[in-house]
Design a protein around this ligand. Structure first.
Ligand code: ZN
Length: 241
């Protein structure tokens, strides 16, 4: 069971997560939302074809779903792996990253993965899940490297000092869940523009990397993912609405 979480909500949202007190905040972001929704649909379609069960956290590119709700969706279906799919039009294609719930070693050791200030400070406290997430992140990064022909860093977020966001080092959706969750980012700036869509080619290679990464992380006997050519047809279809 795979949960694919296409980034961002159609409307701005700001609520309080009851369990932690953390602010559940998100905002619309185009063309990222349209791009990653198409990518997610095509990856989901191929996974289903080869025997996976797949749930998306959004029904449409413009759906508004809180981060609390997204985490609940993955928990409810007991996802073997959830993956958030994002791209970033403020970064060039030299920025390719995956983030796990375990973070990265600092001076030889892992440290707390957390969000929030004072009494709301919440630490991710499922070490077994964090280890799986780190393992899957490595496999997804390796698949993306092969398919996108670019280095993909396994790294850690830093939300501290970012306006509207709780301080800390873990995406809220990864903190609020109890299943292994990998967060994927891809630099998408095209020339000097932060609004121009990435090419069909780049969308296809990003989709292929995610698809191959999921299959490597959660193998299903005999499952062979779709070729890049077939994925490209799906991506192109969704780009044209
Ligand atoms: Zn994003």
């Amino acid at each position: 069971m795979i949960v694919i979480d296409p980034g961002h909500s159609g409307r701005s949202i700001r609520s309080r997560n009851a369990a932690t007190g953390l602010t559940d905040f998100d905002y619309p972001n185009e063309p990222e939302m349209t791009e990653v929704f198409g990518i997610s649909l095509c990856v989901a379609a191929d996974l289903r074809k080869i025997g996976y069960r797949v749930v998306l956290t959004k029904k449409k590119a413009t759906s508004t779903v809180s981060l609390t709700r997204r985490a609940q969706i993955a928990d409810t279906v007991h996802a073997d792996l959830a993956i958030s799919v994002h791209d970033d039009h403020t970064q060039t294609d030299s920025f390719q990253a995956v983030y796990s719930q375990r973070g990265v070693k600092h001076h030889g050791r892992y440290h707390a993965m957390w969000r929030g200030d004072g009494a709301d400070r919440t630490v991710f406290n499922h070490p077994g899940v964090a280890r799986k997430s780190a393992h899957y992140a490595r496999l997804i990064a390796a698949a993306r490297r092969r398919d996108q022909h670019r280095p993909v860093a396994i790294t850690e977020e830093n939300f501290t000092g970012r306006s509207g966001l709780e301080p800390g080092n873990l995406a809220l959706v990864q903190l609020l869940t109890r299943v292994p969750w990998v967060y994927s980012e891809s630099g998408a700036r095209t020339g000097g523009s932060t609004t121009r869509r990435i090419t069909t080619h780049d969308e296809t290679l990003y989709a292929k990397g995610i698809l191959d990464g999921i299959v490597a992380a959660v193998p299903v006997k005999g499952a062979r993912p779709e070729s890049t050519v077939a994925l490209r047809r799906c991506i192109a279809r969704h780009r044209n609405g």
